[in-house]
Design a protein. Structure first.
Length: 95
């Protein structure tokens, strides 16, 4: 990727993120993707999502980057949680 002189990839990513967050419909698009699109198509690409929703490609990239790490972290936490014991509350009742 060629960058503008004076801007490295990290600076350009920060600029893209700031720009996308300033879009008026960003938070509504993000919520729609989180609730409707990702549950049905968890491996959707940013390009496909941009075409599907009619949003800028950069917005799709940022939305997916923000939502996918959260789902990966939740999956990791869920896998670390131990399965509940095969006992009910009645098993702990005193006699």
């Amino acid at each position: 990727m060629s960058t503008h002189p004076g801007y490295d990839a990290a600076a350009l990513w920060e600029i893209l993120t700031e720009t996308v967050h300033a879009l008026p419909m960003y938070k509504y698009h993000k919520r729609y993707v989180e609730r409707s699109i990702l549950p049905e198509k968890p491996k959707i690409s940013a390009k496909e999502m941009a075409l599907l929703m009619g949003i800028p490609f950069g917005e799709a990239i940022i939305i997916l980057e923000e939502l996918r790490p959260a789902s990966k972290q939740e999956a990791n936490l869920a896998s670390r949680v131990k399965a509940p014991a095969a006992k009910s509350l009645l098993d702990y009742a005193t006699k």
